[in-house]
Ligand binder design. Structure first.
Ligand SMILES: NC(=O)c1ccc[n+]([C@@H]2O[C@H](COP(=O)([O-])OP(=O)(O)OC[C@H]3O[C@@H](n4cnc5c(N)ncnc54)[C@H](OP(=O)(O)O)[C@@H]3O)[C@@H](O)[C@H]2O)c1
Length: 271
């Protein structure tokens, strides 16, 4: 079967490519706005830019299933609807959605993306993970500060059930390749919910050096962001404070047959 991953260079897309690319029954297409940067073994690079709709039909030609990584843009609900209209009618869509989509983004932004998928006429599976462990190493998020020995995160009392994107990828692989997951919505989390100071302690222990927790306050945590991304992040941190990301589910172990990966395991493997 032919499977397209829309964000193959990202934290989830690359983990999913690691699982799907070695399979002999899958022809894997990896979408990127710059396909020359896709260098994953056994992945066919395809141009897929949310800014260039004229290329979408070529990227979705003959696909049986697509993993959709939602762009962080206000018009994502419309973009996803238009993009899915270019896929064959029999395509199965697995959406990388969000925890509590009605409250994610202004005016139910994530819920509107989910609605676009449900109303696409394609079969679907919704995957709703909490925060990814991989933001702790991604230089576009916390990677640099943690490398420097600090972890600045607002709301010291808020617990987070960090999830490893490799667990999301395992669930996505099942959803893309096994029709028993059609019409299902999966709430995914890591194995436990910990406050940020404990996250820093776990990182320190696993790295063998001190990662100090600091509370940057709400404003500090939004530094450098602007526009839609700033508003979305501000709302997300509000949801962090309200405990939306503390939910621990057994979905990963139920579907994959193994417990969700721990922070310690993530750090050890990343090192
Ligand atoms: N982060 C979380 O904790 C979290 C939690 C729940 C849901 N989500 C949702 O997950 C989605 C994001 O997924 P993700 O975190 O897997 O994607 P990501 O790592 O943010 O990557 C998304 C895209 O960014 C581009 N990119 C730019 N610079 C890059 C670089 N240096 N390395 C890799 N990619 C780069 C790539 O597209 P090009 O190849 O076109 O450049 C890539 O596909 C969002 O819709 C978000 O709302 C995130």
């Amino acid at each position: 079967m032919r499977i397209l991953i829309t964000g193959v260079r990202g934290k989830t897309g690359s983990a999913l490519a690691d699982r799907l690319a070695p399979r002999d029954d899958v022809e894997l297409w990896g979408g990127s706005s710059d396909p020359a940067l896709v260098d994953h073994d056994r992945v066919v690079p395809v141009e897929l830019s949310w800014d260039r709709p004229e290329g979408w039909a070529r990227a979705t030609d003959g696909v049986d299933a697509v993993f959709v990584v939602v762009p962080l843009r206000e018009d994502a609900p419309d973009l996803v609807a238009s993009f899915l209209a270019t896929t064959p009618a029999s395509t199965h869509v697995v959406l990388l959605s969000e925890r509590d989509p009605e409250q994610s983004g202004s005016e139910g932004w994530s819920a509107r993306v989910e609605r676009a998928v449900r109303e696409s006429g394609r079969s679907w599976t919704m995957v709703r993970p909490g925060w990814f462990m991989q933001v702790l190493t991604d230089p576009r998020f916390f990677g640099e500060q943690i490398a420097e020995g600090r972890f600045a995160f607002p709301h010291p009392d808020a617990r987070m059930a960090w999830i490893d994107t490799r667990d999301i990828a395992e669930v996505a692989e099942l959803a893309l390749t096994d029709e028993r997951h059609v019409g299902q919505t999966y709430e995914l989390s890591g194995p436990e919910a910990v406050p940020p100071a404990r996250t820093a302690a776990r990182l320190s222990a696993a790295l063998g050096r001190t990662v100090r927790y600091t509370d940057p306050g709400t404003e500090g945590s939004l530094e450098g962001l602007s526009g839609f991304e700033r508003d979305l992040t501000a709302l997300t941190y509000e949801r962090v404070r309200a405990g939306h990301f503390a939910l621990v589910t057994d979905t990963v172990s139920r579907l994959t047959g193994h417990p969700a990966r721990s922070l310690e395991r993530f750090v050890a493997d990343a090192a």
